[in-house]
Design a protein around this ligand. Structure first.
Ligand code: NAX
Length: 328
């Protein structure tokens, strides 16, 4: 039998946490033969810690054969101790009257602290996925706060956007979702993201030719994928949780176990390619193998794409500028 790996999850008592932990413990993320120890972080407040206890009781009650241990804590250094994987879901939500800038600063403080803790106590080959918003910039902050960990260990979640882009295209063309390959979602996890179907194939046929409706692509599809999060809130009265947890599972599973050549989107630190400055955490197409992701290089960027990619990049630059002072 395999030795257990340690999986840290922050915001464990929140709605994404509730949709995520049971699937990790049942082996859907790392495989049905991989025991896991869950190390769960929540805020120190009584209410959050009580809710976390309840989640842990339910995890116990599932009697998952792969759940080799559990830790519940309010201390990042306990949650991240020797962690092989970290899913950073907990973040400060936007409160009434809170400016975007305040939100950025509040989250910067959280992700500086958590980045430092990861730096000090996590396994050196830890794989970190940031889900909590603003996800790309939070991942950037954690990465910059963990100088002794390799930069490539820090990623942000664009997979929900990627999955939304696949699904909307499947619906439009009436083709099964798994017949779609080479989807790309560039940039920030925000409505500025750019779902790019220029390289996409559907059952082997070029997507733009098959769809044959550029107005739909530009005026309906791109905004629909970008604003899907808001549409879920409007319909459900709560933000995406099960689909977000599902995307987090997809992201980590693919990173750990590989994609067999299939393209997926991950927010990763830029190497300077595609005109994205070094270290900006930006959604790009990758394949994964042997526990590593590799960006797809050499894709042609046309004028429309350049404009879209720069627009979402500019938002990320603004976010980075906003937290520059805190990062020192
Ligand atoms: P909830 O408010 O239900 O849960 C968040 C939990 O995190 C709470 O239990 C809270 O006590 C805890 N928490 C807050 N700060 C913490 C800290 N410093 N350390 C540990 N725990 C902390 O939110 P939920 O719906 O679960 O969403 C979590 C985050 O995911 C939000 O920031 C949300 O915006 C973000 N999302 C990101 C998505 C993505 O695609 N990247 C999509 C879904 C989601 O909107």
């Amino acid at each position: 039998a395999k030795a257990p790996v340690r999986v840290a999850v922050t915001g464990a008592a929140g709605q994404i946490g509730y949709a995520l932990l049971f699937r990790i413990a049942s082996g859907e993320m790392l495989g049905k033969d991989q025991p896991v120890i869950l190390q769960m972080l929540e805020l120190p407040m009584e209410k959050a810690q009580q809710a976390l206890k309840g989640v842990m009781m339910e995890l116990e009650d599932c009697a998952f054969p792969l759940l080799a241990g559990m830790v519940g804590t309010d201390d990042p250094r306990v949650a991240f101790k020797d962690a092989d994987y970290a899913l950073l879901v907990g973040a400060r939500p936007r409160g009434p009257g809170m400016e975007r800038k305040d939100l950025l600063m509040e989250n910067a403080k959280i992700f500086i602290e958590q980045g430092k803790a990861l730096n000090d106590v996590a396994a050196r080959n830890i794989k970190v996925l940031v889900v909590g918003n603003p996800a790309n910039t939070n991942a950037y902050i954690a990465m910059k706060s963990a100088p002794s960990l390799p930069k490539e260990n820090f990623t942000a979640m664009l997979r929900l956007d990627h999955n939304r882009a696949l699904s909307q295209l499947a619906t439009k063309t009436g083709k099964p979702v798994d017949s779609i390959e080479k989807m790309v979602v560039w940039g920030n996890h925000s409505p500025t993201m750019y779902p790019d179907y220029r390289f996409t194939t559907i059952a082997g046929q070029a997507a733009p030719a098959l769809v044959n409706d550029e107005a739909w692509y530009k005026n309906e599809y791109i905004p629909k994928v970008g604003k899907r999060g808001a549409a879920i809130i409007e319909a459900r009265g709560l933000s995406s949780a099960a689909s977000a947890a599902n995307a987090a599972i997809d992201h980590m599973r693919d990173w750990a176990l590989g994609t067999n050549g299939k393209w997926v989107t991950m927010g990763i630190p830029s190497d300077g390619s595609y005109g994205i400055p070094q270290d900006v955490i930006y959604g790009v197409p990758v394949t994964c193998a042997n526990g590593k992701y590799e960006r797809i290089t050499g894709l042609e960027i046309d004028a429309f794409s350049r404009e879209k990619m720069d627009f979402t990049l500019n938002e990320l630059k603004e976010e980075q500028d906003g937290v520059k002072a805190l990062l020192g």
